[in-house]
Design a protein. Structure first.
Length: 118
């Protein structure tokens, strides 16, 4: 299962399906909360015979809400859901305010294995 498929399957239900790779589409008219995720980096697991299709990925998961306390709460739910992935490493959460969007943001870092189609 790819990292994107895994993240979506674990997190979409937390925000009524408003869980997106890279950005929130302009067509999204529902108010927050939103979850946006992307792969920051990856380290492939290669062997002498070539590419295995397995790689260690570092993900950034952004939680957006209109209320700071909701951001903290939803971020904790996201971390709890991601913690079911084994093995994985939780890299921490940073809380920010996005002046342009007028939204609170929880920036969560996580690392785990993904398997790509070979």
């Amino acid at each position: 299962m790819t990292a994107s498929e895994r993240i979506y399957s674990l997190l979409a239900n937390l925000v009524g399906g408003r869980c997106y790779p890279l950005f929130v589409p302009e067509s999204e008219k529902s108010p927050p909360p939103y979850i946006v995720y992307n792969i920051i980096s990856n380290i492939p697991d290669n062997v002498l015979d070539g590419i295995t299709g397995h790689e260690w990925v570092r993900m950034q998961i952004d939680v957006y809400t209109i209320n700071y306390d909701d951001t903290i709460s939803l971020s904790a739910q996201v971390v709890k859901a991601l913690n079911t992935i084994q093995p994985s490493i939780y890299g921490g959460t940073t809380y920010l305010y996005d002046d342009e969007a007028k939204l609170y943001r929880g920036l969560i870092e996580y690392e785990f294995w993904q398997t790509l189609p070979t």
